[in-house]
Design a protein around this ligand. Structure first.
Ligand SMILES: CC(C)(COP(=O)(O)OP(=O)(O)OC[C@H]1O[C@@H](n2cnc3c(N)ncnc32)[C@H](O)[C@@H]1OP(=O)(O)O)[C@@H](O)C(=O)NCCC(=O)NCCS
Length: 192
C-alpha cells in the first residue's frame, strides 16, 4: 500500500530505497540500537531489510518527515530525504490475534525530538491501522529504562500489562474501544 499520510507536524511516507542510506547512518548509533533493540546491519543488509519490510503483508513501515524540514512543496511519491527524521511501524505478529499490532516509533534526529512528532506519528499510525487492518489492540515493547518512550505511550492511554526480567522490557497495551476509535477518527478527520 503506497500511501502518504499528512498530519499537522509530520508527513508519513512509505519507506523507499532512497531513505536507506540515511536510515543506515542512524543505525550506527549505539544508543539508538539499544533503544530500538536492533542489531547493526551492513548497508547491503539494510537495503535487503527495506525490501523485505515493503513486501511483508504483516508489516507496515512509514518514514517520518518533519514538515518544517520539507524543502519546497511536499510531492507525493517523492522520498523527501532532506526532511526524514525517524520511522514508525506496526507488525501484526500474533498468530492467535490477527487484530493485534505491535507498534514502534523512533525519532532518530535529536533536533526533531521533543516537538510532538513522535506522539503525532504514533496516533496517525494507529488511526491508519484501525481503518485499514481492523486493529483492535496495540502493543508496545519498550526497554525498562527508556523513560521517554514509556511516557509517550502512557500519555496516549497505553497501560503496562507485563514486565520481562530477562529482556528488561515492559509491555504496554492499548485496546481500541469505541470511544478511542472515535477519537482516532476525529484526529484523522481534522488533519490537513
Ligand atoms: C522516545 C521518542 C520516540 C520520543 O519522540 P519525541 O518526538 O521526542 O516525543 P514527543 O515530543 O512526541 O513527546 C511525547 C511525549 O513523550 C514523552 N517524552 C518525550 N521525550 C521525553 C524525554 N526526553 N523524557 C521524558 N519524557 C519524554 C513525554 O511524555 C511527551 O509528552 P509531553 O510533550 O506532553 O511532555 C524519541 O525520543 C526516540 O525515538 N528516542 C530513541 C528511540 C526510542 O527510544 N524509540 C522507542 C523504542 S520502543
Amino acid at each position: 500500500m503506497k500511501v502518504s499520510l499528512e498530519g499537522k507536524k509530520v508527513i508519513l511516507v512509505p519507506y523507499m530505497k532512497e531513505h536507506v542510506e540515511k536510515y543506515h547512518e542512524w543505525m550506527q548509533d549505539p544508543a539508538l540500537l539499544e533503544a530500538t533493540a536492533s542489531e547493526p546491519l551492513t548497508l547491503d543488509e539494510e537495503y535487503d531489510m527495506q525490501l523485505s519490510w515493503t513486501q511483508d503483508p504483516f508489516k507496515q513501515t512509514f518514514i517520518v518527515l518533519d514538515k518544517e524540514l520539507v524543502v519546497g512543496e511536499f510531492v507525493h511519491g517523492d522520498p523527501h530525504v532532506e526532511a526524514m527524521v525517524g520511522d514508525v511501524n506496526i507488525y501484526m505478529n500474533d498468530l492467535d490475534d490477527a487484530e493485534m499490532a505491535e507498534i514502534e516509533i523512533m525519532i532518530a534526529e535529536t533536533k526533531s525530538r521533543g516537538k510532538g512528532l513522535g506522539k503525532e506519528s504514533v496516533l496517525m499510525m494507529m488511526a491508519f491501522a484501525v481503518e485499514n487492518f481492523g486493529i483492535h489492540l496495540f502493543r508496545a515493547k519498550i526497554g525498562e529504562s527508556n523513560r521517554a518512550s514509556i511516557s509517550l505511550f502512557q500519555k496516549l492511554g497505553f497501560e503496562k500489562t507485563s514486565h520481562s526480567e530477562i529482556f528488561q522490557e515492559v509491555t504496554l497495551e492499548l485496546p481500541i474501544t469505541e470511544s478511542k476509535c472515535e477519537e482516532l477518527h476525529q484526529l484523522t478527520g481534522n488533519l490537513p
